[in-house]
Design a protein around this ligand. Structure first.
Ligand SMILES: Cc1ncc(COP(=O)(O)O)c(C=O)c1O
Length: 490
């Protein structure tokens, strides 16, 4: 069996490989079919204007652009209501005062800020993050136990780099955080999805997945979990389940990687005990400033058992030499001079209001969909009616000037067509309302087409007439029948 690229492997029959290096055609870096190299093809071929097409490592073949990145340029147009990205809303940051303090920091310590630093990260920042972790019950940690990374994305890369060989298995909740899938894919790691419900990862499914993967002869390297306000599912692992998950991980000697960027963003100020606080030896804990303060500095941190920590520092050194001093010192300047707890509390209130706005708009316009209202974080995971396909519907939504992320982006095996991720973090409540209204226009029209023709409009014909004009025509009948509030041809 090929281990040539990141794939999804479920213990059961739902599993589906998405290709592989030993198949007759491999998927190229641009997502196109590419004949497998062979010795009787000495001449490099120039494909898609890329003279290096035949030279890439197989791990580059496994990389593909995330559905979120692909949307970015369209979704960021001002006339489009973007419910797609997970960008925090930063207008309430105290930028004026902060810029004065950063100017002072540069005057006083510019030689340090512009210099190389330690691969483990700035000791001052490593000390500062201890008080943040205390809020989620992580207490027996010293600054020396912490490693600073360039965002949690880099931390995921580091932990996968040191733990996984191609073909190894990571168990994860499904749907998965898309950035983690990108990392796993690039290291040719297989992802085995364990089941989740509204209380997060189901312990029995976790255990079953370990057993079935081992029975199939695969090496399970770690559990990857986002226990709080999951991206994209919005769910939180119940407090009761946490010790059980840890117990299973210990029983089978499976490391737990706890990715926790949203833990302090519970709408009512509630926090949950970190898995790390319950088991210091078997958990690698990741957290980030991206969502609780701002992502632009690209600073996050990792707490890991001693042996793993040493490897992480070496991997950091090999990968980036050291996290940037300038960013780390900007963060410490902020933490030392502002009431960051009040800032996070302000964010919580703002995101709660936006989540409520989305929930209300969904109830008003899309009552035939289903979703769990999250208690924190940035996302609603929306189940759309049978017959509709979130990926196929996306061009129509963009035409109607609303963007979301199709559920397929959160799986490696093509699942997710009946879901979409809606982010409420960035648009104002008014824009959210408008975005859901537009989305309802698209979905109503799609449902009507399914009723009339038995299939969604994107599959009715494959001719080249998918212009805006035709989309508008197709959506028109639904507009007539829909409630007067909705404008279906926007
Ligand atoms: C679950 C999860 N992990 C990690 C990240 C990456 O965060 P960072 O900006 O720290 O790289 C994100 C960003 O959206 C996320 O949602």
């Amino acid at each position: 069996m090929s281990t040539g690229e990141g794939t999804t492997v479920n213990g059961g029959s739902k599993s589906g490989r998405t290709g592989g290096a030993t198949s007759e055609k491999a998927v190229g870096p641009h997502g196109t079919a590419k004949p497998v190299r062979s010795t009787d093809q000495p001449k490099p071929r120039i494909i898609k204007n890329d003279p290096w097409y035949d030279s890439y490592a197989s791990r580059a073949d496994a990389m593909k652009s995330s559905e979120i990145r692909a949307l970015f340029s369209v979704a960021s147009r001002p006339d489009v209501v973007s419910l797609a990205g997970g960008m925090p809303y930063l207008e309430r940051m105290p930028f004026d005062r902060l810029s004065e303090l950063i100017a002072k920091m540069m005057r006083d310590e510019g030689d340090k800020a512009w210099q190389y630093g330690s691969a483990q990260g700035d000791p001052h920042l490593r000390e500062d993050v201890l008080q943040i972790m205390e809020l989620e019950g992580i207490k027996d940690v010293q600054a020396d136990d912490v490693v600073i990374s360039n965002g949690s994305q880099n931390a995921l890369d580091l932990i996968t780099r040191i733990m996984c060989d191609p073909g190894d298995v990571v168990i994860a909740e499904a749907p998965n955080y898309v950035g983690a899938l990108g990392v796993f894919r690039s290291f040719q790691v297989q992802v085995a999805n364990a089941e989740t419900d509204e209380d997060g990862l189901i312990p029995e499914s976790f255990e079953e997945t370990i057993k079935s993967q081992r029975a199939a002869g695969r090496k399970v390297k770690f559990l990857y979990t986002v226990p709080n306000f999951h991206n994209p599912a919005g769910v939180t692992m119940s407090v009761e389940r946490r010790p059980r998950i840890l117990e299973i991980a210990r029983k089978y000697h499976v490391l737990v990687v706890e990715d926790n960027p949203y833990g302090l963003l519970g709408f009512d100020g509630q926090t949950y005990p970190a898995l790390k606080s319950m088991d210091s030896q078997n958990v690698v804990y990741l957290s980030s400033f991206s969502k609780i303060i701002a992502p632009g500095m690209r600073i996050a941190w990792i707490v890991a058992p001693a042996g793993i920590r040493q490897k992480l520092i070496l991997a950091n050194e090999a990968s980036i030499l050291c996290p940037p001093n300038m960013s780390q010192m900007t963060i410490t300047t902020y933490l030392d001079n502002f009431d960051w707890k009040a800032q996070i509390s302000d964010y919580r209130g703002m995101y709660k209001e936006r989540c409520n706005a989305m929930d209300a708009a969904l109830k008003e316009y899309l009552p035939y969909c289903s979703w769990n209202k999250p208690k924190g974080g940035f996302y609603i995971w929306l189940r759309i009616p049978d017959g509709l396909n979130s990926k196929e519907m996306l061009p129509r939504a963009i035409t109607a000037k609303v963007a979301y992320v199709a559920g397929t982006g959160f799986y490696l095996n093509g699942e997710g067509t009946h879901h979409m991720r809606l982010s409420f973090c960035y648009p104002t409540p008014e824009r959210i309302h408008e975005g859901i209204r537009r989305l309802a226009g698209v979905m109503d029209a799609e449902r009507e087409t399914v009723e009339l023709f038995g299939t969604a409009s994107s599959r009715i014909d494959d001719s080249d007439d998918r212009t805006d004009k035709n989309v508008a025509k197709r959506t028109a009948p639904a507009a007539k029948n829909a409630t007067s509030k909705r404008n279906h041809t926007v």
